[in-house]
Design a protein around this ligand. Structure first.
Ligand SMILES: NC(=O)c1ccc[n+]([C@@H]2O[C@H](COP(=O)([O-])OP(=O)(O)OC[C@H]3O[C@@H](n4cnc5c(N)ncnc54)[C@H](OP(=O)(O)O)[C@@H]3O)[C@@H](O)[C@H]2O)c1
Length: 409
């Protein structure tokens, strides 16, 4: 291909030189963003796409390697194209990460299996329900707002039908969604939901403790507890205590997947077991959020000590585009909107954010360490404070004390 005018040629060259910078700039932003935010088990090939290839691309394009035997325009064109492909590869491998391994499932998918998911009316929880329903599981969804769940359920079935029709399958398949009302911030509501589940769905074999909130200001629940700690840990603790005996009798010994966050690494001086309600220190959003999220990691480990037949996992979903940020201060939300496009390229979709949850729901027990911390479907190192020998026992006792024993009163 040759350019008619020199000026036209130069313009195209400049454009392709600029495009070839997409990969190194994106790679750099991605690296800074991910290193400051979340656990990121990066494979060697993903590191290559972040550093090596992006560096090569502008070197060629900017004529630092000038004597390639191909026309300048073609060289620039190829470098621009390569840069876009490399940036996309970095997004796919580093941000999105691997898909759950479905190879252990029989041709039946999850037909006949029953899962419980908390917070399935939005975000990652709703996407988890969708992935389980695609595989034809029965999903008991615990939601605060049943009205909101009606819309969410319609949405899930539409997506499941469209996913199935692309594969030549008709209708919804054998999956089912059953809704139970449960406000995790009300211990009475949690106990009521627990007793409904025990009575109507004693055959559940896996709990997905997904619901979570970020409250920038301290909120007190009707039980006098801290709202964020209750939604993220104490409410789930009560639910687990209601269901765990029955769960351990299920086929395979029972499984619990707890949604945590890499922000649990922000805990620098250990879990403040004596102050779960944040009464003895100033309340800050990330201070209390990280305390509540390290509780999820610790509880995953403590559960298998107390109930040896259980298999548990604490899962960090990645940085996911959901409405979890709705309560954040407006300046953070404004920045999020202003840099929407950049943020879009650094975050997972809710379905991608639920891959690690699904992986933990289905991975064979002999292929994954029990009680571990996961991100991007890969086992990762948890905060050292979550590994402390006695912290799980102390958290359990304090949680029982705060919630009145965790059993029906
Ligand atoms: N998004 C991320 O980047 C990210 C990163 C790390 C960890 N996580 C964790 O992933 C989990 C899911 O987050 P998400 O991003 O999907 O958030 P989301 O879009 O805000 O969804 C949270 C879900 O939890 C439910 N929920 C909140 N408070 C509840 C309560 N008191 N009782 C019952 N349900 C309640 C919500 O119900 P309503 O719709 O009724 O409010 C909603 O269905 C959370 O545990 C979060 O900490 C998320």
């Amino acid at each position: 291909m040759s350019c008619l005018k020199k000026e036209e040629c130069d313009n195209k060259e400049t454009l392709h030189n600029a495009i070839s910078l997409v990969a190194p700039i994106y790679g750099f932003v991605l690296y800074v963003f991910l290193s400051s935010w979340h656990d990121n088990p990066v494979s060697p090939s993903a590191w290559m796409s972040l550093f090596l290839y992006p560096l090569l691309s502008p070197l060629f394009s900017l004529k630092i390697v000038p004597h390639l035997p191909i026309p300048t325009f073609l060289r620039c064109y190829l470098c621009g194209l390569a840069s876009i492909v490399i940036a996309w590869n970095a997004y796919a491998t580093v941000v999105v990460g691997p898909k759950p391994d479905l190879s252990d499932l029989s041709g039946q998918g999850l037909m006949g299996k029953k899962y419980l998911v908390t917070g399935g009316s939005a975000g990652i929880g709703m996407a988890t329900v969708e992935l389980l329903a695609r595989l034809e599981a029965t999903v008991v969804v615990l939601v605060r707002n049943t009205g909101k769940m009606e819309g969410a359920e319609r949405n899930v079935w539409e997506k499941v039908e469209s996913w199935r029709s692309k594969r030549g399958l008709k209708g919804r398949g054998n999956g089912k969604i059953i809704v139970v009302q449960c406000d995790l911030c009300s211990l009475a509501s949690v106990r009521k939901a627990g007793s409904i589940v025990l009575k109507e769905h004693p055959d559940i074999h896996c709990l997905v403790l997904n619901a979570g909130v970020m409250f920038p200001n301290k909120v007190e629940t009707e039980d006098g507890l801290d709202g964020m700690m209750t939604a993220n840990h104490l409410g789930h603790f009560v639910l687990v205590k209601e269901l765990v005996d029955n769960l351990t009798k299920s086929e395979g010994g029972g499984r619990i997947v707890l949604l945590t966050s890499s922000t649990h690494h922000m805990v620098k001086n250990g879990l403040l077991v004596d102050d779960l309600n944040c009464l003895k220190r100033p309340y800050t959003l990330f201070g209390q959020y990280s305390q509540s999220k390290i509780c999820n990691v610790i509880l995953a480990k403590e559960l298998i000590k107390r109930y040896p037949s259980l298999w548990t996992a604490a899962v960090h979903p990645g940085v996911v585009r959901t409405d979890v940020v709705r309560n954040l201060p407006s300046f953070i939300k404004a920045l999020n909107t202003m840099f929407g496009f950049v943020m879009w390229s650094l975050q997972k979709t809710p379905v991608e954010g639920s891959y690690s949850t699904l992986h933990a729901c289905i991975v064979r027990r002999d292929r994954a360490r029990n009680g571990a911390y996961w991100a991007n479907c890969t086992e990762c190192k948890a905060n050292k404070w979550a590994e402390e020998e006695s912290v799980g026992g102390r958290l359990w006792e304090e949680s029982e004390k705060l919630t009145g024993g965790g059993k029906k009163q």
